[in-house]
Design a binder for this molecule. Structure first.
Ligand code: HEC
Ligand code: HEC
Length: 254
């Protein structure tokens, strides 16, 4: 006969929030099928490389004042420091937390005298994919000490708060149940070192904030806008949570 505690103990273990364990960051790459791994690894097969190329074209295109990104950062962006790219989001006194995409938009508006683009505009996603790809292999290294700390904590809070009609939090699928199967898919840790990613099913590149919106949809919760403070804070938290993982942009996903 089964004793009462044999039923209670496994259940109680499930209730321990994942956050009590130190999370060993694991790239979603590790959970891909062999076929998708090969596709991501081979620049000629990785469909995300088309977005890198489009980003490079935009990088070399003159803005309103005749200057291109390349005028200041080198034809192929070789003057950009990969370590610096891997440190984004960074904190800046004037703007608070600045994501890599916001920094690119700042350069676009300020140094090329263009009207700033909307967050997640196609051009910005392409430029971000190009710039991040330049730092491929560099380990994510986001500093969340000092004034950045409060944004890290705000993002962490969002990650752990139940939302939507499903009344679930990000942490449930991406830590508590990470590694388990949900409708034929293995749940990953939602690490973001491969973003922007190429989605084979949609045949499209997807930005990080678009993915956030997707997961809010899965939870039947009201999403925030791309570039909202909530998503920026989430990006700060989730980047630092993955510190040490190599940048893989453009990642390939089902
Ligand atoms: C007129 C020169 C100029 C142009 C044009 C320009 N930038 Fe910049 N960019 C800068 C300067 C200056 C910085 C700040 C470097 C620093 O803080 O040390 C910077 C910073 C950056 C950074 C962050 C790197 C870091 O060190 O923090 C990225 C990424 C970037 N630019 C991308 C772009 C892109 C993409 C474009 C085109 C849309 C562009 N820049 C256009 C001058 C320029
Ligand atoms: C019901 C389970 C579930 C919850 C809760 C959930 N997600 Fe996801 N998430 C998934 C699944 C399944 C995938 C992978 C499949 C896909 O990308 O469509 C995924 C993928 C992701 C990825 C992409 C990781 C990669 O490497 O491709 C990110 C980022 C992400 N989720 C963020 C979030 C955030 C932020 C929240 C909370 C707002 C959240 N998720 C809540 C199920 C969930």
């Amino acid at each position: 006969m089964t004793k009462w505690y044999m039923q209670i103990v496994p259940f109680a273990l499930l209730m321990i929030p994942g956050s009590l364990f130190a999370l060993e960051p694991q790239s979603s790459y590790e959970l891909l099928s062999e076929e998708l791994k090969q596709m991501q690894d081979d620049d000629f097969a990785n469909p995300g490389m088309a977005t890198v190329d489009r980003g490079r074209e935009l990088f070399q295109k003159p803005g309103f004042n005749g200057k291109s990104c390349a005028s200041c950062h080198g034809d192929d962006g070789e003057k950009l420091d990969p370590e610096r790219i891997a440190a984004y989001p960074i904190y800046d006194e004037e703007h608070g937390p600045v994501t890599l995409q916001s920094r690119i938009n700042q350069c676009y508006a300020y140094h090329q005298e263009e009207f700033p683009l909307l967050y997640d505009a196609d051009e910005l996603i392409a430029l971000e994919t190009f710039v991040r790809h330049r730092a491929r292999g560099e380990k994510m290294n986001v500093d969340v000490s000092g004034p950045m700390r409060e944004h890290y904590e705000a993002g962490k809070e969002i990650f752990h708060t139940r939302i939507g009609q499903r009344d679930m939090a990000c942490v449930h699928c991406h830590e508590t149940y990470a590694g388990q199967r949900l409708r034929g898919q293995i749940l990953n840790q939602a690490q973001i070192n491969g973003f922007p990613i190429y989605r084979v099913t949609d045949g499209n590149i997807m930005s990080l904030h678009e993915k956030f919106i997707g997961c809010y949809g899965t939870l039947r919760a009201m999403p925030y806008e791309p570039g909202s403070q909530e998503y920026i804070d989430l990006e700060v938290y989730m980047s630092a949570r993955g510190n040490g993982l190599p940048i893989e942009t453009p990642g390939v996903r089902q």
